[in-house]
Write a protein that binds this ligand. Structure first.
Ligand code: ATP
Ligand code: MG
Length: 772
């Protein structure tokens, strides 16, 4: 009976079969929390609990789908279908749809995304004649969001002198008025924003006891995964729904709480025992996911956090490889290293790309990785965010570049004709389009001859159109004497796109500005590569490359196995055989914006813990000594998290202590807002340093082998002449002895005994062995 119970350890089994009452499962990463929740649901159903009576809240809808599939494997597809599963937002949006009329909303209410919300707030600020600099729409939105997540309604705001005083002190006395207007307008528009989905659910449950009773009876068993990242609003929903039966099971790991910047409250998990004095607590401490090295390394880092619950995480899995640490000269080289390493690991271990994951702190870091993977023809998927070249700010710049190449490109023109805003409205664009169709000309041609044709556009607007046209023509002339990078840089400067992006000082803004810098860096790298390869380095060629990259991305819905690229925040709950954590540099990870207080730094450390514990077999930690940020090449220091890992778990691919880099100096022209302690370098020196590194590339020779100077090392890339007994050098594993050979041609493999990692079978074609 119940074969699924046999695939659980004793502690897990106890948690699965505990049927009634409040319970909390506190457990480390990879210890089977999600697995227990899944089997617990299946078990409840096996015990006769109706699927309709079970509510399970997960971190992503994808996680919910996967859970449901597994449960279907035990209880059958048709039964599993009736389970209520999903994220807080998706589950409660569904409930709100059927109850909306009680709150005065239509059942087909709109859900505003962040962009809609920002636009509305911007409009309100304008209508109220408030200073946009003082009332920055995104900041106002995030303030409103935090009110809503703490259940502070408009009325509650105006009843709370402390809150009003805080806004007075911040010289924003009208925040409450904006909040009120925003709520009224959403209501009038029949719209709810993301936070409303939780706030209005709370309102529904609080104001309508019969509705509360209905859902309390429906959801007799409630389960919450990733409980450490619930905010106050979510906490209250769960509490009130569970109030009648108290069959509530929450699962979480305080060491993985990483969303406090969005209002998540780690106290929810820490206080669960206080909320439910009868709570049964379960601890799962055996990790099934990762090797000993990974588990112990992660433990050694998180041990430095002061705020945490007491638990041990251990594994009976193999020790596995040490965690690899790689230092590169530049972010570009980091990308190339990651791509090359993924390629080699795929070939050497016969793995598909979906066993690999690249994690980064901020989205803008994906560009260098994407470029390198694309060059190697390795399929990849970017999660949580559109591909780099699809991002709005990037697309806008590319549209300018496209117009410079082909002024008749209508789609590009429509995108930029009023971006950044230059007072050319939708009506004007409509009239231009009509005229263009009538005269069978492009819109740009119509603008050129606007004084000579019959078109209903007033002289002021005509002027604006001509100014726009002249700017494009000027840029076109300038571009004839410039290379692709210089053109793009000119476009960014002349159109003041960065200024436009910088208007709001929120983290998203910073990442957009960084994306623009990333685009410029990408064009620079493109030119360097093309010139080195003796190929066309023109702007046209670059745009073609980008267009193909977009094509490549759009083909990505084909379910072909691919490497996953995502931020660490998105990687919660996931696991991969090979994990690359890139950009381990001070001010990037930990982020410069999260180092002001101990609690911020502890959250960054938890983030690192989450990242490292995604790895099953092998982890790579990489950092670049120089990186383009804020539009300049900066020197970076290795992240403190590298130092914090116990050395015994690490393997340094490159030596630990960086050789002194040449001529570091401070470039005084740097932006004022760069964090303190960052040194800048002139771009030209990057190339020099890369060359330097190539010359100095070290060979690691095990103690028991004769030391041979580097000049004796023969590159032997595709050499088939290697024989048993040869001493060879591998760029990662160091030196080793060939103990067997098998296969032929491209399939020829050597079994090599390395003193660092033991025996390995490598395909000669890819192993890049040197006979020494
Ligand atoms: P995270 O903290 O990252 O969310 P988790 O605690 O939810 O992790 P799971 O994802 O449920 O952990 O499990 C981690 C891995 O270990 C999964 O691949 C799971 O199938 C496996 N696993 C869990 N328990 C067992 C077990 N008793 N026997 C074998 N494998 C197990
Ligand atoms: Mg999990």
């Amino acid at each position: 009976m119940n074969t699924y119970l046999n695939s659980l350890n004793e502690a897990q089994k106890q948690a699965v079969i505990q049927k009634d009452g409040p319970m909390i499962i506190i457990a480390g990463a990879g210890s089977g929390k999600t697995r227990v929740l899944t089997y617990r649901i299946a078990h409840l159903m096996q015990q006769g609990v109706d699927a309709f009576n079970i509510l399970s809240l997960t971190f992503t809808n994808k996680a919910a789908r996967e859970m449901k599939e597994r449960i279907a494997g035990v209880v059958g597809q048709s039964e599993a279908k009736n389970l209520w599963m999903g994220t807080f937002h998706s589950v409660f949006a569904r409930i709100l749809r059927s109850e909306a009329d009680k709150l005065g909303f239509p059942s087909n209410f709109t859900i505003y995304d962040t962009q809609d919300s920002v636009r509305l707030i911007t409009a309100i600020i304008k209508e109220m004649n408030l200073d946009k600099e003082r009332y920055k729409p995104k900041q106002i939105l995030s303030r409103i969001s935090s009110f809503k997540n703490s259940l502070i309604t408009v009325r509650a705001y105006f009843n709370n002198p402390d809150l009003q005083e805080a806004d007075m002190h911040a010289s924003r006395p009208k925040v409450g008025d904006i909040y009120k207007e925003y709520v009224d307008r959403c209501f009038k528009s029949g719209a709810m924003d993301f936070d409303d989905l939780l706030l209005r659910t709370n309102e529904l449950l609080a104001r309508f006891p019969e509705v509360l009773a209905k859902y309390q009876d429906r959801f007799r068993y409630i389960m919450v995964d990733e409980y450490q990242d619930t905010n106050h609003s979510q906490y209250l929903i769960v509490r009130s729904l569970a109030d009648k039966y108290e069959n509530i099971c929450v699962v979480g790991d305080d060491s993985q709480s990483i969303y406090s910047f969005r209002g998540a409250n780690i106290q929810n998990i820490l206080n669960f025992q206080k909320d439910y004095p009868d709570v049964k607590t379960f601890k799962l401490e055996q990790n099934y996911r990762s090797t000993k090295n990974i588990v112990n390394a992660a433990n050694s880092v998180i041990a430095r956090n002061k705020t945490k619950l007491d638990k041990e995480v251990w594994t009976s899995n193999d020790a596995g490889d040490s965690i690899n640490v790689m230092r590169t000269i530049s972010d570009g080289e980091e990308g190339r290293f990651v791509a090359q390493s993924i390629w080699e690991n795929m070939m050497n271990n016969q793995l598909t790309p979906d066993n690999f994951c690249v994690l980064y702190r901020t989205n803008s870091q994906s560009r260098a990785i994407e470029d390198a993977l694309r060059k190697k023809n390795i399929d990849y998927t970017i999660y949580g965010g559109i591909s780099f070249y699809q991002r709005k700010e990037i697309k806008d710049i590319l549209s300018y570049l496209r117009i410079l190449i082909n002024q008749n490109d209508e789609e590009a023109l429509k995108r930029i004709i009023n971006y950044p805003a230059r007072g050319i409205g939708a009506t004007t664009i409509d009239r231009l389009t009509i005229a263009a169709n009538h005269y069978k000309k492009s819109i740009f041609e119509i603008i050129k001859y606007i004084d000579k044709i019959d078109i209903k556009i007033n002289s002021g607007t005509k002027n604006k159109l001509q100014n726009f046209m002249n700017m494009i023509l000027r840029l076109q002339i300038e571009s004839q004497t410039k290379n692709a990078f210089e053109i793009a840089e000119t476009v960014v400067k002349q159109t003041r796109l960065i200024k436009d992006l910088e208007k709001d000082g929120t983290p998203e803004t910073v990442s957009k500005v960084e994306n623009v810098q990333e685009l410029l860096n990408g064009i620079k790298d493109f030119i360097t590569d093309k010139i080195e390869e003796g190929e066309d380095a023109s702007l046209t060629s670059f745009l073609e490359d980008v267009a193909l990259a977009t094509d490549f991305d759009s083909k990505k819905n084909d379910n072909k196995p691919s490497v996953s690229l995502m931020t660490i925040h998105q990687s919660k709950g996931l696991e991969y055989q090979y994990v690359y954590i890139v950009g381990l540099e001070e001010n990037l990870f930990p982020s410069a914006m999260s180092m002001n207080t101990r609690s911020e730094l502890e959250e960054e450390r938890r983030l690192f813990y989450v990242a490292l514990t995604r790895a099953e077999k092998v982890a790579y930690l990489t950092y670049a000594q120089t990186r383009y940020r804020w539009g300049k090449l900066i020197d970076s220091e290795p992240s403190r998290f590298l130092e914090e890992i116990d050395d015994q778990f690490l393997y340094y691919i490159t030596p630990k202590i960086p050789e002194p880099s040449i001529n570091r100096f401070v470039d005084k022209s740097i932006f004022d807002d760069a964090p303190k302690g960052i040194r800048f370098q002139k771009p030209i020196q990057r190339k020099k340093m890369e060359r330097n590194l190539v010359r100095k590339k070290e060979i690691i020779i095990p103690k028991n082998l004769k030391k041979v100077s580097q000049t004796n090392a023969k590159p032997n890339l595709f050499d088939e002449s290697i024989v048993v007994g040869n001493i060879v050098e591998h760029n990662r594993f160091g030196a080793g002895e060939v103990i067997a050979l098998e296969g032929k041609g491209p399939n020829k493999k050597a079994e090599i005994k390395f003193s660092t990692v033991g025996k390995k079978k490598l395909l000669l074609q890819f192993a890049k062995l040197k006979v020494i």
